[in-house]
Design a protein around this ligand. Structure first.
Ligand code: 5GP
Ligand code: ZN
Length: 116
């Protein structure tokens, strides 16, 4: 999609701070970090929201989590005594603002619960 911010990052039109990449997934630092580590893991193919997922996307979603695991390892927050949170907001009430599917990886500080 030409008018999608995250598609522009996949195409290279906008250059985010990339921390991990493979054939299907791109991970880059959030512009407005909410924790010492705040990375967005996105599919390179445009999907707007969780509501738009198809049966054939099941493996791709697993790959987003494997990407997050890799980044957590790189960031040194993957140990059992550390930890991190993954969040995927869906639509208005959850606060989704960019309509290209993304998994937030947050870590490097204790996380409160329940979330806001
Ligand atoms: P959402 O609210 O849709 O779950 O998350 C969108 C995230 O994208 C927000 O955390 C926001 O800070 C981040 N974001 C918005 N614009 C940009 C940008 O241009 N570059 C980067 N790296 N992150 C962005
Ligand atoms: Zn997109």
């Amino acid at each position: 999609m030409t008018d999608c911010l995250f598609c522009k990052m996949v195409s290279g039109e906008i250059e985010p701070a990339v921390v991990y990449e493979n054939e299907e997934v791109l991970a880059f630092r959030d512009l407005n970090p909410q924790a010492p580590t705040h990375v967005l893991v996105i599919p390179k193919r445009h999907i707007s929201t969780i509501n738009d997922l198809q049966q054939g996307d099941a493996e791709l979603i697993g790959k987003l989590y494997l990407g997050a695991q890799k980044v957590a390892e790189q960031e040194g927050i993957h140990g059992a005594e550390r930890g991190y949170r993954t969040v995927m907001n869906c639509s208005a009430e959850a606060g989704q603002t960019v309509f290209h599917l993304h998994l937030h990886l947050l870590g490097g500080r204790p996380m409160g619960w329940p979330p806001g």
